[in-house]
Design a binder for this molecule. Structure first.
Ligand SMILES: Cc1cn([C@H]2C[C@H](O)[C@@H](COP(=O)(O)OP(=O)(O)OP(=O)(O)O)O2)c(=O)[nH]c1=O
Length: 191
């Protein structure tokens, strides 16, 4: 360890758990930004922009050396799915994901306050759902789990049985592509 103060600019408990599992020492300070996509904004541009905005917003008001921001979306048939706004929206999303493949894209950014540089990257994972029954969807929504997850599901939680297979990084689906984030932290001298 270099003794750098690393700040995770995220309210996501999943991101904290993942970073902790890699043995990184850090503090959590959630970022507060508007997550509305810009008109015509491409999915990758969207997650990279939000990740960098979260990291920089926290860097403006907290002391630290390196600030990590991230944003995860589900991309299905051209639609960017963030977190559902209500149960009907969660139902609509899960019906759309049922029986088909989609992408989960996470963008992350590491901002160095001392160097005033920001390194960012996006990672894509393909996820294939089995066909879901009406009961599976309504039971899952009743648990409340979908409400704070992009695409209205958690691969690490109650939706594990809905996933037939994935191609690519598992941690990327949960919210932070660990291999890549650790490489970036090392390249920047943060760890
Ligand atoms: C697809 C999927 C998403 N998610 C979560 C990861 C993110 O927490 C959330 C996507 O919303 P984000 O806006 O990326 O993150 P957040 O609002 O939870 O936290 P912050 O902006 O403060 O960093 O969905 C899972 O936990 N499991 C999954 O399988």
């Amino acid at each position: 360890m270099t003794g750098s103060r690393i700040i995770l600019a995220s309210a996501s408990p999943r991101r904290s758990e993942l970073l902790e599992s890699a043995g990184i020492r850090f503090q959590v300070v959630p970022g507060h930004i508007d997550e509305t996509p810009l008109p015509q904004e491409a999915p990758v541009d969207h997650v990279l922009r939000l990740a960098a905005e979260k990291a920089r917003e926290v860097a403006r008001r907290e002391a630290g050396d390196f600030f990590i921001g991230a944003d995860t979306i589900v991309l299905c048939d051209g639609e960017i799915m963030g977190k559902p706004c209500d149960r009907n929206d969660a139902d609509r999303m899960l019906r759309k994901l049922s029986g088909v493949g989609h992408s989960v894209i996470t963008g992350y950014a590491v901002y160095s306050a001392t160097g005033d540089v920001c390194c960012s990257q996006s990672v894509e994972t393909r996820v294939y759902f089995k066909a879901l029954t009406d009961k599976e969807i309504s039971d899952y929504i009743a648990t409340g789990c979908p409400m704070d997850k992009a695409g209205a599901y958690a691969i690490q939680g109650g939706a594990a049985h809905m996933v037939r297979r994935i191609e690519g990084s598992y941690t990327n689906v949960v919210g932070l592509p660990l291999c890549e984030v650790i490489d970036t932290l090392r390249d920047m001298g943060a760890i």
